[in-house]
Design a protein. Sequence first.
Length: 348
Amino acid sequence: MNKFEYLSIRYDGDDKLEVLDQRKLPDVEEWMLSNSPSDMVSYIKQLSVRGAPLIGVAASVALYLHVKKGGEMTREHIIETSQQLRQARPTAVNLMNNLDEMMQLSLPEAERDYSVKRLASIAESIIQREVDMCLKMSQLGAQLINDGDNILTHCNTGAIATPGMGTALGIIREAHRQGKRIHVYVDETRPLLQGGRLTTYELAREKIPYTLICDNMAATLMAAGKIQRVFVGADRIARNGDFANKIGTYSVAVIAKYHNVPFHGVAPWTTVDLSCLSGKDIPIEERAAAEVQGASGAFGNVRWAPAASQTFNPAFDVTPVDLVTSHILDTGIYTQEQLKDNVLMNFS
């Protein structure tokens, strides 16, 4: 497998796979070595590696490298390892889709080839496809942005959540590169502050003008006419257009609908799950109480709630298609009406 390097993940072409520890950003850029699939599972669970496309890519490369370094392995061991990686996080369907591709589940069992050469080829194709899809989404979505627009985004959807341009943030990056004068309002994205820590980090790197806001400030900006369009990512899109994304996305969609602000989900085709009839079928991960009781990261650990406080901490929520203006995929832009007419089934 050839070497590669992106903002979030890099591989030296031999045995060294490293990921950028997103928990430490924005102030500390620290790379962590992944020596085994269990390392990668830990990194994904603790959110050092996050973003649906990146999770799928990182797990695929970790599986390939495990087979490469492991010498003679039984098929059963390789299958078991893929299952361990697959279970690292339940909502982001790219993880499952990419590992299914690595394990060649579309082929009869007798035709599945788990050799190092074959797994390297599949992993490389997954990475290149994700890069290409990010570019296509970015170019398609940038067409919707007018010179002078103010854009709201939620969570982090850029080059540290994907290999390549990013999804929603990729669109913003492409519009800026085209010379459009834009300003980005960044939801901080409680409880883990992916917007405040990560999206601001990426926008600053690209010198894209931005303003960081608390999540509860978006409605005030929309009421004042200061938001022209909303772009968010997606971790799983159901066949009817409902989609799961970082908690708080549903709230933004409701507010945008009330204020007649166009609201777009942005994701590669690998995020679509045709086995999910609607958002009701999307599993939602619930995380530790400590994430709501306080904050942690490069800035230290702070707890402001009593340690015994009961919490509710879903990592994602589901936005119904009725609140979606369109989904922007690498295959095209699909309006709410098209989504309701099952346009996504055309690609099954």
